[in-house]
Design a binder for this molecule. Structure first.
Ligand code: ACO
Length: 383
């Protein structure tokens, strides 16, 4: 560490790995022990037992869902969603005319929705108004994504399913079928398990933007951009592409060896924080195994070979399966098309992003690190 006259200068490690840049009470990722916590609850327990709306309430408000609290949060979601319906329909129509790409469409739809509703910078809002917007934008996400998917296929959005929650409704929009309880429970477990995950790249992006006082939609659009990257939320469809490329079980090991020899990464393996099993991957694997089938058998074989060969190729690195590998299988079992994997991830992570935007907005300090200049020295004025 060196010191200027103004403040200490610290050289952070590459990628800020292991650097604590803020305090948070939203979630805790303990990479060495393979644990994930939302507020005071195990995220995996919640994923196995709670409704999407309950985990959403816990993350965004910090309140455990009591019967009365659950009803009042559900009413709040419904009211906000009903008030957004006209604007959502208008922006979805406009965006669909411009592109069939659901991720680009969601980004544009959030921006347009913000402009139509005249939303104000979080800097200018009090906590209650910020919370309303956080719920509105996270709640708009499954509706926008489901409607974009249907419209890109030339279909009208379906009317909401009565008496079913957000997850069943989302599955209905995307698959066109009323989901059974198993598919709803499997997708709920996935969505809750990836709702939040400490200071991952997209969440950190959202918080940097929130620290400038910008509006909620601007923070979400930035976060979504980070999520599209193959090293972050863009991995699950590529994990299935890998299984397709392998084809037959006996080709698993030679295919993986070829990828590693070519210097390519195995999608769905490795993690920036976990140095042991990703607990979300274990949960997704348990769910995938319940259905079973040839795809699952191939995935089991692939996982075992990948972990063994990664240990050989990168000794001492502790590279395990991450959530994306088994999540891809579970989403496929639920009937979601591959191009909808990352948008579905965004449906869940929008909840975590908004929880972090609220936390960051309560702290008026802008996030503004420094860079070490390594370019050419200043040129003397040429005469
Ligand atoms: N396949 C092959 N090699 C890998 C993989 C992989 N999946 N993951 C890490 N490595 C290598 C790295 O290239 C690095 O090698 P080097 O030291 O020779 O440069 C070494 O293993 C150590 O890497 P880490 O420091 O552990 O990983 P890092 O923190 O840089 O990256 C990341 C983490 C981006 C997740 C990485 O493991 C990766 O690219 N995985 C594949 C993409 C993926 O599955 N992304 C989804 C992540 S989960 C999520 O975002 C929700």
């Amino acid at each position: 560490m060196s010191t200027t006259s103004e403040s200490p200068v610290i050289q952070a490690p590459r990628g800020l790995a292991g650097v604590i840049v803020a305090d948070t009470a939203v979630s805790d990722v303990r990479g060495a022990e393979g644990a994930l916590q939302y507020r005071d609850r195990s995220a995996i327990d919640l994923a196995e037992s709670a409704r999407f709306e309950e985990a959403w309430q816990l993350l965004v408000t910090g309140e455990e869902a009591t019967d009365a609290g659950r009803r009042s949060f559900a009413r709040r979601i419904e009211e906000i969603r009903a008030s957004l319906a006209g604007d959502v329909a208008a922006v979805v129509a406009a965006v669909t005319a411009a592109t069939p790409d659901v991720m680009a469409g969601l980004s544009a739809a959030w921006s347009l929705l913000a402009a139509r509703r005249g939303i104000r910078p979080v800097f200018d809002l009090g906590p209650a108004q910020r919370l309303d917007e956080a719920i509105a934008f996270a709640g708009s996400t499954p509706v926008i994504v489901g409607a974009l998917w249907r419209r890109r296929n030339g279909e009208q959005p379906l009317p909401p399913l009565t008496g079913r929650g957000l997850v069943a409704d989302y599955l209905h929009q995307v698959t066109g079928r009323v989901p059974d309880g198993d598919a709803e429970a499997a997708l709920t477990a996935y969505l809750i398990s990836v709702m939040d995950h400490g200071f991952n790249a997209s969440t950190f992006t959202a918080r940097v933007i929130a620290s400038t006082g910008a509006d909620t939609a601007a923070c979400l659009v930035g976060a979504l951009g980070a999520l599209t990257g193959p090293l972050h939320g863009g991995a699950p469809s590529r994990a299935l592409d890998g299984l397709d490329a392998v084809g037959a079980p006996e080709r698993v090991e030679p295919w993986i060896r070829g990828e590693l020899a070519a210097g390519r990464r195995l999608m769905g393996f490795g993690h920036a924080v976990y140095r042991t099993s990703d607990p979300r991957a274990e949960l997704m694997k348990r769910i995938a195994l319940r259905t079973g089938g040839a795809r699952v058998d191939l995935a089991v074989r692939f996982e075992a070979a990948a972990q063994r060969l990664l240990a050989e190729a990168k000794p001492g690195r502790d590279l395990h399966t991450n959530v994306e590998f088994w999540a891809a299988i579970v989403m496929e079992q639920c009937g979601l098309p591959r191009s909808m994997f990352t948008p579905t991830f965004a449906v869940a992570r929008a909840v975590g992003w908004t929880a972090h935007i609220l936390e960051q907005a309560a702290d008026p300090k802008i996030i503004r690190p420094s860079a070490r200049y390594v370019g050419p020295p200043l040129r003397e004025n040429a005469a």
